[in-house]
Design a protein around this ligand. Sequence first.
Ligand SMILES: Cc1cc2nc3c(=O)[nH]c(=O)nc-3n(C[C@H](O)[C@H](O)[C@H](O)COP(=O)(O)OP(=O)(O)OC[C@H]3O[C@@H](n4cnc5c(N)ncnc54)[C@H](O)[C@@H]3O)c2cc1C
Length: 380
Amino acid sequence: MDFEFSEEQKMFREAVQGFVSTEIAPLVKEAENNEEFPVHLFSRMGELGYLCPGYPTEVGGGGLGKIGDCILVEEIGRLSCDGIAAGIMAHIGIGTLPIHYHGSETQKQKYLLPAIKGQKIGAFGLTEPNAGSDAAAIETTYKKEKQKYILNGNKIYISNGPICNFVNVAATMDKSKGHRGISMFIVDNDTPGFSWVKMHKFCDRATSTGQLFFDNCIVPGENLIGEEGKGFRYLMETLDGGRITHGARSLGSTEAVFDATLKFAQERVQFGQPVASFQSISFRLAHLATEIEAAKWLLYHTAWLYDQGKPCTKEAAMSKLFCSEVGQHASSEAMQIHGGAAILDDSVIHRYYRDCRLFTITEGTSEIQQLVIARQLGIR
Ligand SMILES: Cc1cc2nc3c(=O)[nH]c(=O)nc-3n(C[C@H](O)[C@H](O)[C@H](O)COP(=O)(O)OP(=O)(O)OC[C@H]3O[C@@H](n4cnc5c(N)ncnc54)[C@H](O)[C@@H]3O)c2cc1C
């Protein structure tokens, strides 16, 4: 364990904390009630240089690596809400990374650079009604005609789907070829044949989530990302890094729910003493504090490995698994410790409880993370 935050990363955390408290936290209630991401945040954060801390400075990012991305989403989750962290994360990670890694110069100029400035919003379309964990089973098809590709099919649960300017879409040329048939395309939101419907959720209500439809959607040849048939590799690569950022998102909400619960338990008096003084409560808080500390170390050490270019597939899956499960445990304990106070509609505790429930499902379920870890341990 030989890593520490750089001065720039520490300063970035402080700056982001200030920004989240003053400019994001006041938006949460309305965003949650309306089930709409406050889209102006993209341009505002882009203007201030807070949107894409992980991207290299040459493309307009902050040059702070994966650790920078983790700091950003952790602080958004911790000081405002997970729905907003999720919308930002979908944009800075899965919504733009395939273009950064494999896009042509023209694609970078047209999509990546404006996205880093917050002038365009990105999304990532992989999941389908019949292909969730089994990503190679996608049924959205493409066929090549002259210099164009024609897409047909649909994608579900797509974060930023209803608000995006473009979406990276995975489609197969021939389902019988499995993962070798998959390619990735950039689809503009105004492409004829592209449409979406909003999906309403019990959690993360501040993210705009949608089902996307491609009905003879004609995509210009230059919107193919990288090479044909290599899309599955690009998808897996994108998701590897996304697992680390997802861990940070879980960590942020977990810290928030823990801080609120500790405060509540010290203030709520029953039988003439704060409920935190009852051993059964204090031990639970002690246990949660320990889990959070362990999650933080695992997560940031993994982000550091990633930034050093060291292999970290196993650690990334462990971070995603552990941080999300700690989040679920903490939010469940928080409900219990708050008693009836957590049940009310306007209680933030029950919002965290709902949001934390999502963590073990999105970007690869806990079962899939365990599968990845087991394979890394040599178990087949
Ligand atoms: C709010 C939200 C936002 C999302 N955003 C996006 C997005 O922006 N882009 C995108 O492409 N997708 C997105 N997703 C999709 C998400 O990644 C999938 O929901 C997730 O990968 C799981 O797929 P599934 O829901 O179809 O579950 P399924 O794959 O149907 O799994 C059902 C259950 O079976 C288990 N299971 C499946 N396979 C195995 C196995 N081999 N071994 C053991 N257990 C197994 C799973 O762990 C789970 O418990 C989002 C989902 C949600 C809910």
